[in-house]
Design a protein around this ligand. Structure first.
Ligand SMILES: [Ca+2]
Ligand SMILES: [Ca+2]
Length: 317
């Protein structure tokens, strides 16, 4: 009996010692955590009013790289030293793919240093290699400033984070000549030199983007004379057999349907010499259905550029 009581006493003592030990450990843990937190909170604070904006962007495949070209403006009140950038293929998700700058060496992907630093109101271009993305839909940028003169440790500006959807349209791939959007008119939104002429009485209707033109297959067309290079023609169309718009590109004689190179077929834009007939499949055959977003480029677009046009065409921002 006595022996048992003693054992219990020893157990209790061990419990107290353990409790005290745990309490001290927790205190140290909290101290370390607070210390880390203090360092982190120091790192995330940029001055309020630090801000970058994307003024313009375009895409291009050149020199073996698939390129996203950004024109960035310091829209804030303080100098900015650079930014961390990631890209993604789903506008509903946080973009996770860090992308490499094309024109400066960095030890890690995603970092771009302004050289020199970007002052308020100033602009700089930045090129990134986005070869790993077949569908570029969203980018995220976080400005940073250097902590000290070493220019190594960075302070990230949490409040100045930019998340931006980057839809692609004919003006964002190289060498646009003409672009007929059919958004209530037949004006040329490219060079502006090649406005269309109505033949018959096509009707404005729901298009791929905003409005498109519906042709009756009897005598309706839009004609234009385009003297500039016509290496690539692209458009969206649908007839009564197809519920969804189909994207067609003819680039240097290769036809791409919905982003994939295929066998040329009969498509409702007919080009002979400098004459472009939208709504005709050949000299004497009219098309019945809707056409939208017809564009002409003076350069052969690459398969990747065409895929971007198909995948990310003017997705809602
Ligand atoms: Ca349109
Ligand atoms: Ca008609």
């Amino acid at each position: 009996m006595t022996n048992k009581k003693n054992k219990k006493g020893v157990s209790l003592m061990i419990s107290y010692v353990l409790l005290i030990f745990i309490t001290i450990s927790l205190s140290i843990g909290v101290y370390i955590w607070l210390k880390d937190y203090a360092v982190v909170s120091e790192k995330i604070n940029c001055k309020e009013g630090t801000s970058l904006t994307i003024e313009k962007y375009n895409i291009e495949e050149s020199g073996g790289d698939k390129i996203l070209n950004l024109s960035i403006k310091n829209n804030g009140m303080f100098n900015v030293n650079g930014f961390l950038i990631s890209a993604g293929n789903d506008s509903g998700k946080i973009p996770m793919q860090l992308i490499w700058p094309r024109t400066q060496l960095q030890a890690y992907p995603g970092y771009f240093d302004f050289r020199p630093e970007l002052g308020p109101g100033q602009k700089q271009n930045a090129e990134f290699n986005v070869s790993e993305l077949n569908k570029l839909e969203i980018i995220q940028m976080q400005p940073y400033i250097f902590k000290d003169e070493d220019k190594i440790e960075k302070i990230f500006c949490e409040q100045a984070l930019i998340k931006q959807i980057v839809p692609v349209n004919p003006s964002l791939v190289p060498k646009l000549v003409s672009w007929w959007k059919f958004d209530g008119n037949i004006l040329d939104s490219g060079s502006g030199k090649n406005d269309g002429k109505i033949q018959g009485n096509p009707v404005y209707t729901n298009g791929k983007v905003n409005q498109g033109l519906e042709f009756d297959g009897i005598d309706d067309a839009v004609n234009s004379t385009v003297t500039e290079g016509k290496t690539t023609i692209s458009f969206w169309y649908k007839d009564s057999a197809t519920p969804d718009y189909i994207h067609v590109v003819n680039s240097n004689g290769i036809t791409y349907v919905n982003g994939i190179a295929g066998i040329p077929g009969q498509y409702p834009v007919y080009i002979i010499g400098n004459n472009v007939y939208i709504g005709k499949t050949d000299a004497s055959t009219f098309f019945s259905g809707t056409i939208d977003e017809v564009a002409i480029h003076s350069k052969a677009l690459t398969a990747w550029e065409i895929l971007q046009l198909y995948n990310s065409y003017n997705i809602a921002a």
